[in-house]
Ligand binder design. Structure first.
Ligand code: AHN
Ligand code: ZN
Length: 340
């Protein structure tokens, strides 16, 4: 009953809007303009620079794998903070201690960079910046205890955010944006360490779990959130991740439409994707900010995210500038056409 009521309301609204649209067209535009008008959104004129984005990937990797407590982690964190400050954003750092699957208590550093921190209407962009200490998905067992370089799994999302932050001077949004770099996303129990590890996914996403329960601003709100995870792989295709559809299907539609508008539709597919235990989950569950995950799904029956995922091959030479650009230009399109 409710369902029908909903459909008929939608139908009524569509009818009303069509009538309004027809009315204005007939009175205000010429016949020629009517036939050339297409329903696609207007393209935002700011260009996402793929070489700049790639350089941000390379720079993070030059520090080495950014695993918890490593010197590379500390130095790269400092670099990310400085870079966002350079683009005139207000940076807040969260330092916490988190409990891990292997019984340790490890330091966790979330980095939050805010554009127009005073604005009430806000968009949240996020990615993780830590690296996984174990290449436990590598074909060679000898690599299972080596750290992941994380060019794609970590650095790519941060790189796209840094490039968007660099372009804010051209984009000039009237609303606020928070760029959050989460730490300790990738410390989930490795396959070889199953014993004693939780089976509910709670060993992943420790930084975002902390932030979602202790946001840097009391009562934090955003209109919606977009998580970027592995957005630079040569084999990337972005499908409709399960929790994103459950919690934020209208944001999926918004982003996938923007991808079409910028010609990135060959990467953004209307196919069901993976089920990702990822940083968007605590944001949806604890804060109720509808947040999607732009995360790839591999074609074929074996599934997974990317061929380099949690292997020693997750390095800058396996990053595609074109994929970084497809995601980056899509975000520019979303942000540049946003009206609240
Ligand atoms: C799982 O769904 C287990 N992991 C996805 C989260 C992730 C790990 N993203 C990057 N590394
Ligand atoms: Zn990972």
């Amino acid at each position: 009953m409710k369902y029908f009521a909903h459909i008929s309301l939608c139908f009524t609204l569509v009818t009303v809007f069509s009538l309004l649209a027809c009315g204005s067209k007939n009175s205000a535009t010429s016949q020629a303009e009517q036939t050339t008008t297409t329903p696609t959104e207007q393209k935002v004129s700011v260009t996402f620079n793929v070489d700049s984005a790639f350089a941000f990937v390379q720079k993070q990797c030059d520090f080495g794998p950014r695993t918890p407590e490593s010197a590379a982690h500390k130095k790269c964190g400092d670099y990310i903070v400085e870079q966002f400050k350079h683009y005139k954003l207000q940076v807040t750092e969260q330092h916490a201690q988190v409990n891990t699957w292997d019984g340790k208590t490890l330091p966790c550093r979330n980095i939050i960079a805010s554009y127009k921190p005073e604005a009430e209407k806000r968009v949240l962009l996020c990615a993780h910046w830590d690296c996984r200490p174990w290449c436990d998905a590598d074909a060679d067992e000898a690599n299972h205890k080596k750290p992941v370089m994380g060019a794609n799994d970590g650095a790519s999302g941060v790189a796209v955010m840094l490039e968007v932050a660099r372009l804010l001077k051209d984009l000039q949004p009237q609303y606020g944006i928070d760029f959050i770099c989460f730490d300790m996303e990738d410390y989930g129990a490795p396959y070889w360490g199953e014993e004693g590890a939780p089976q509910d996914g709670s060993d992943w996403c420790l930084g975002s779990q902390y932030w979602a329960q202790n946001p840097h601003v009391a009562g934090y709100r955003a209109e919606y959130g977009i998580l970027l995870d592995m957005v630079g792989g040569k084999d990337a295709r972005f499908c409709r991740e399960y929790y994103s559809m459950q919690y934020a299907s209208s944001i999926m539609t918004k982003v996938w439409s923007a991808a079409e508008a910028v010609g990135a539709d060959k990467y953004f597919l209307y196919e069901d994707g993976s089920v990702a235990i990822d940083d968007h989950l605590p944001i949806n569950q604890y804060l109720g900010v509808p947040t999607i995950d732009i995360i790839p799904c591999l074609a074929g029956p074996q599934g997974g995210f990317s061929a380099t995922w949690h292997t020693v091959n997750d390095t800058p030479e396996h990053i595609s500038r074109e994929v970084l650009g497809a995601v980056g230009q899509t975000l520019i399109q979303v942000l540049g056409s946003e009206v609240f």
